[in-house]
Design a protein around this ligand. Structure first.
Ligand code: NAP
Length: 281
C-alpha cells in the first residue's frame, strides 16, 4: 500500500481564500495581528516573516513589536498590556523563545482570551478543555483541519498522540476527544511506544525528533499526522515521521514541509479575522 499524501499547502490555500472572503465582508474593520518578538532566534524571525507574508495576501494587517533579545519581562509585559487594550489590535502572539530568565507563563496570561489567536493563555487551554469558546493553539487546530480535509472518521477511532506539550500534544488530544475519538497520549516515559502507536487509527507525532516514527510504529492503513519540524544541518525542516518507511504502511500521511506548517499559519489568520468579527449575540 502507498499512503495518500495529505497536502497541507493546498489546504492552506483554500483556508486563505476563505479568510480573504471573510476579510472582504468586514465593514470598517481592518483585522490586525500583533506579533511580539524578543529574540534573535533565526527560526522565530523566519516564522514571523512567513505569517506577515501570508497575512498580506489575505488583507490581514500585521504589527511587529521587535523588543530585542535582551528585553526584560516587565518591558514585554508592558507591550502586551498596550496591545491587550488597543481596540485596533484583534490578535496577539508572543513569539517564543523569550530571553533567558524571562518566564512565559505570566506573559501569555496577559493576552486576553478574545485576542489569544494562538491559544497560549492557560485560560484558553482551560476553556478548550471545558468545551467553551476559545482559540486552540493554531498547530493543534491544523492537525484537526488536515484530518477533516482527508475525511477522517474520528468518532470511535483510536487516536494516539505522541507528545504532551501545551502547544501541540495536550490541545490536540482535547480536540480529538471533543470529536469522540478514544485518545491515548504518549510521552518520553511511555513504555513500549511502538506497541501503543501500532494501535492507532490516527497517529499524531509531535515529538521534535527527526524520523523517530518508523515502520514499526504504524498500523497498516493508519492516518499519520507529522507535526515535527526540526531543521537539519542545511536548515531544511525534517519531520518526526520517517516518511519513506511509513508511506508503504500508512493509509495517509502528511509531509514535512508542506503539511501541518502552512495550515498552522493560515489558521492564525482565520483566528485573527474571527477575533475581529463582531458577534451577532
Ligand atoms: P516539546 O515541548 O519539546 O514536547 C515534545 C514532546 O515529545 C514531549 O511531551 C516529550 O515527552 C515527547 N517526547 C520526547 N522524546 C520522546 C520519546 N523518545 N518518546 C516519546 N515521546 C517523546 O515540543 P513541541 O513544542 O510540542 O513540538 C514538537 C514538535 O512539533 C517540534 O518538532 C516542533 O518544532 C514542532 N512544532 C511544529 C509546529 C508547526 O506549526 N508545524 C508548531 C509547533 C511545534 P515529555 O513530556 O515526557 O518530555
Amino acid at each position: 500500500m502507498t499512503a495518500a499524501v495529505i497536502d497541507g499547502t493546498k489546504l492552506a490555500e483554500r483556508i486563505r481564500s476563505q479568510v480573504a472572503a471573510d476579510v472582504a465582508a468586514l465593514v470598517g474593520i481592518d483585522p490586525t495581528l500583533a506579533l511580539v518578538l524578543a529574540t534573535a532566534d533565526e527560526s522565530a524571525a523566519w516564522y514571523v516573516r512567513a505569517i506577515r507574508a501570508a497575512a498580506a495576501k489575505v488583507g490581514v494587517f500585521t504589527r511587529v513589536s521587535d523588543l530585542g533579545a535582551d528585553a526584560s519581562g516587565p518591558r514585554i509585559a508592558a507591550e502586551l498590556a498596550g496591545l491587550a487594550g488597543d481596540p485596533g489590535v484583534h490578535g496577539v502572539i508572543l513569539q517564543m523563545p523569550l530571553p533567558a530568565g524571562v518566564s512565559a507563563e505570566p506573559l501569555v496570561s496577559a493576552i486576553p482570551p478574545g485576542k489569544d489567536v494562538d491559544g497560549a493563555n492557560p485560560l484558553s487551554a482551560g476553556r478548550l478543555m471545558a468545551g467553551q469558546r476559545a482559540f486552540p493553539p493554531a498547530t493543534a487546530a491544523a492537525v484537526m483541519e488536515l484530518l477533516g480535509s482527508h475525511g477522517a472518521v474520528l468518532s470511535g477511532a483510536h487516536a494516539v498522540v505522541v507528545g504532551r506539550s501545551m502547544v501541540v500534544g495536550k490541545p490536540v488530544s482535547q480536540l480529538l476527544l471533543a470529536e469522540n475519538a478514544t485518545v491515548t497520549v504518549c510521552h518520553s516515559r511511555t513504555r513500549d511506544l511502538p506497541a501503543m502507536t501500532r494501535q492507532a487509527d490516527v497517529l499524531v507525532a509531535a515529538i521534535g525528533r527527526p524520523g523517530f516514527i518508523g515502520a514499526a510504529h504504524v498500523k497498516p492503513g493508519a492516518i499519520v499526522i507529522d507535526v515535527g519540524t526540526t531543521p537539519d544541518a542545511d536548515g531544511k525542516l525534517v519531520g518526526d515521521v520517517d516518511f519513506a518507511a511509513v508511506r508503504d504502511i500508512a493509509g495517509a500521511l502528511t509531509p514535512v514541509p508542506g503539511g501541518v506548517g502552512p495550515v498552522t499559519t493560515a489558521l492564525l489568520l482565520r483566528h485573527t479575522v474571527s477575533a475581529a468579527t463582531p458577534r451577532a449575540v
